[in-house]
Design a protein around this ligand. Structure first.
Ligand code: KG4
Ligand code: ZN
Length: 412
């Protein structure tokens, strides 16, 4: 059994956790001892998106406090002291993170080395200035506590996030996943399909050529005047439109030159033989439609129209990822389909993927992460870190060699 402290700062959530991991890749078991997360969503909502340097500053301000919180929750906050020269060397790791330094100096003066065996930190992909906060902080801890570090790929984190299921009071069960699996990763920054032969053995099959699906949700939301992050809001609007069978008025459909009784957006790349995606065209289609409606009505969109557009967008956006994931599952004879990333929280995706997988091949099990683990969190980083540690013969990586890499790829 090893005890892991994990750190995630790749985008706009600062997250830390403490877990115990055991069982290897064959029978992984995790116990959550502490878990904390601070989101910057409200701050970024003011600007309509995440600005890397704002994210960096906010991570720096709060990271030490969150660590204190998870160590306390895990009951391993240690009184004691760190030798002065080690504390100085640790603080030196944070020279480029001035927001973190003061709190961290205070922490080092007041607390000793906690009972953890490994520090895991997201090193990419993500926003580099944001990633560096976590990476530098992990290095500082490694120096202060003399513990090994393991850098973690954020996307591997999203894939393994399905391993913690059915939380009640933060108690989880671990499903046994049958391999090979196909993983669909859908977030604000990524739209990717991987072949997963085992925890630790990932091959990328395809990815988006331009925008990510979550980005398309966010941009469509912005066009409809809905605040960031747009995914949940678009999804709620689309649900209302579906539940009430709402339609755009016949007059409006005629005015915008729509021949049918509903608007339908294109499904870019749905029929290409690869597993790649393109979401920028879909966003542009929404933009043109919204412009056109404003032109012909000479006013802003009413709520029914917004909901109908949200439904048509969501149907188109999801149809493409579902179709390609199911095709990958058939081609690779997958026994499981694993979904991860912020968009995995989307209810319509959950329903439709399960329903369409059943139609196609009832033997493939479809797994989604718990909603709180679909978006960025530190538990998934601890679990992926455990597998990376096993892959590296139960050793950490030389701290000098660990760097934040914005476009880090998944590899074996
Ligand atoms: O994985 P995540 O938390 O951060 C990234 O690594 O990007 O994903 C955030 C993305 C945002 O684009 C957000 O709009 C989207 O996930 N999202 C959703 C839903 N909840 C979050 N998209 C569609 N439906 C949802 N229910
Ligand atoms: Zn993510």
């Amino acid at each position: 059994m090893i005890r892991i402290l994990s750190i995630e700062t790749s985008c706009d959530e600062t997250a830390l956790s403490v877990i115990e991991a055991d069982g290897g890749t064959l029978n992984p078991r995790f116990t959550v001892l502490g878990n904390a997360l601070a989101t910057q969503a409200e701050m970024h909502a003011q600007y309509g998106g995440v600005f890397p340097n704002v994210a960096k500053r906010e991570h720096g301000k709060i990271i030490t406090e969150l660590m204190g919180r998870v160590l306390t929750e895990a009951n391993i906050l240690s009184t004691g002291t760190i030798p002065h020269d080690r504390a100085q060397a640790a603080l030196a790791e944070l020279v480029r993170e001035p927001e973190a330094q003061e709190n961290f100096a205070y922490f080092l003066e007041n607390y000793g080395v906690p009972n953890v065996d490994l520090i895991c930190v997201t090193s990419g992909p993500g926003l580099e200035p944001a990633l560096w906060v976590g990476v530098s902080f992990a290095k500082a801890l490694a120096v202060a506590w003399q513990k090994p570090i393991m850098p973690v790929n954020h996307m591997e984190g999203h894939i393994v996030s399905v391993l913690l299921q059915s939380s009640t009071n933060a108690t989880y069960t671990m499903p046994k996943i049958a391999f090979p699996a196909i993983s669909l990763l859908v977030s604000g920054g990524h739209t990717e399909i991987h072949l997963v032969k085992n925890w630790n053995d990932y091959t990328i099959l395809g990815a988006t050529k331009d925008d990510a699906i979550g980005e398309a949700f966010d941009k469509t939301a912005r066009l409809l005047g809905l605040p960031y992050p747009g995914g949940p809001k678009i999804s709620a609007f689309a649900k209302t439109a579906r539940d009430n069978n709402e339609k755009m008025s016949a007059t409006l459909l005629k005015k915008i030159g729509e021949p049918g009784d509903d608007i339908v957006f294109p499904r870019p790349m749905i029929a290409t033989p690869d597993f790649n995606f393109s979401y920028s065209g879909l966003k542009t289609s929404v933009l043109y439609l919204v412009k056109k409606i404003k032109e012909v009505t000479d006013q802003e969109l009413d709520d029914v129209t917004k909901r109908v557009v949200a439904r048509a967008f969501e149907d188109a956006a999801l149809d493409v990822v579902i179709t390609k994931t199911l095709r990958a599952a058939v081609e690779k004879k997958a026994k499981s389909i694993i979904v991860g990333g912020g968009v995995a929280a989307n209810n319509r995706l959950r329903e439709q993927l399960v329903a369409r997988a059943k139609e196609k091949n009832s033997a493939t099990v479809v797994l989604f992460p718990e909603r709180e683990l679909a978006t960025d969190n530190a538990l998934m980083i601890a679990m992926a870190g455990y597998f990376s540690y096993l892959r590296n013969n139960k050793r950490g990586i030389d701290s000098q060699k660990i760097v934040a890499v914005g476009n880090l790829k998944i590899s074996k």
